[in-house]
Design a protein around this ligand. Sequence first.
Ligand code: DHB
Length: 396
Amino acid sequence: MANRKVLTTQVAILGAGPAGLMLSHLLAKAGIESTVLELRSHQEIAETVRAGILEHGSVNLLVDCGVSDRVLRDGDRHDGIELRFNGESHRIDFQDLVGESVWLYPQTDVFLDLAARRQADGGDVRYSVTDTSILDIEGKPKVWFTDADGVDYELQADFVTGADGSRSQSRSAIPEARRQRYLHEYPFAWFGILTEAPRSSNELIYAHSANGFALISQRTETVQRMYFQCDPNEDVGNWSDDRIWETFRSRVNGNGFELKEGPVIDKTVLKFRSSVLTPMRHGNLFLAGDAAHTVPPTGAKGLNLALHDVKVLFEGLDSFYRTGNARLLDAYSDLALDRVWKAQQFSYWMTSMLHTPAEAGGFTRARQLGELNSVVSSRHGRAYLAEAYTGWPGSR
Ligand code: DHB
């Protein structure tokens, strides 16, 4: 303690994922100082394969804050998705139904764009730090940490933001009696692959089948991203390329549609659950993104929610520093949670409609088909899906 170097900033941010970096960037543009601390190295974050869909509101945020050139140049606008069941595809036409689109642009690229921009602007982002602890969040907060060179610091700030992901340390700085965590477990996980193959489809295919769910997504002309439902305890080591493609074929191919196959270059099991921590603020600590809430990946809401949190939090902090009025900042948790619960519902619904529980009997599968048919055969059903998938109108 005696030898801790003291640093000061206005907002200390834990986590240099898209949420932490976006907050730091927005604050810098408004003339508010921040320091970002990250346990992982830049390289480790850059090499993690993450989800790929941005709502129009997330793209607008990247455009409005001037980090847009790559998302607009290299991202792909998608005007719809396909729901595939009983061997047939049904298009959900977002443009026709709600006049909106989403963009396929991987989260890893959002990270790279924001990290490059913070670096170019001289932002204080410290990777590979260790031994972080947050103190005095009910008063004048401090964060203790050790940097990559082993130097110990005390970072003093007006506010701390915990944007440190689903295994967040910052949320445990909130006294147990002052937080409530809601959890929901699912009896499935996703087996995610990257494959060197051409695109099988221009749009995403969400496929329900008697053998389980599969999702066909894309990355580039030559690399594709795909997922299939698996047991949460599945071991990637048990899966040869042949077995992987056999699984995809049995869930997606049929009626003249065939996936284009290629060598599998990345395999991961993604475990998931729904979680929400309320409130998302205690004292001068604000939680944002996965640190406060996680959703199952069906519907790709995770990154979009994190960016929404950060936009609302930025507006509260900006208003506070400009006018001294904390009204907007005080509304942060309620405003963010409003969208979080909508997204929880949507992700839960998509997940339970499209995945087949291992023990599902004939009734469950036939009821799911009834549900899918109700959705695709009704303009209202398709519009609900389109509205939620593209990110709810008027909410940003
Ligand atoms: C991707 C991931 C998702 O969870 C999803 O719903 C759609 C696409 C992806 O990684 O491309």
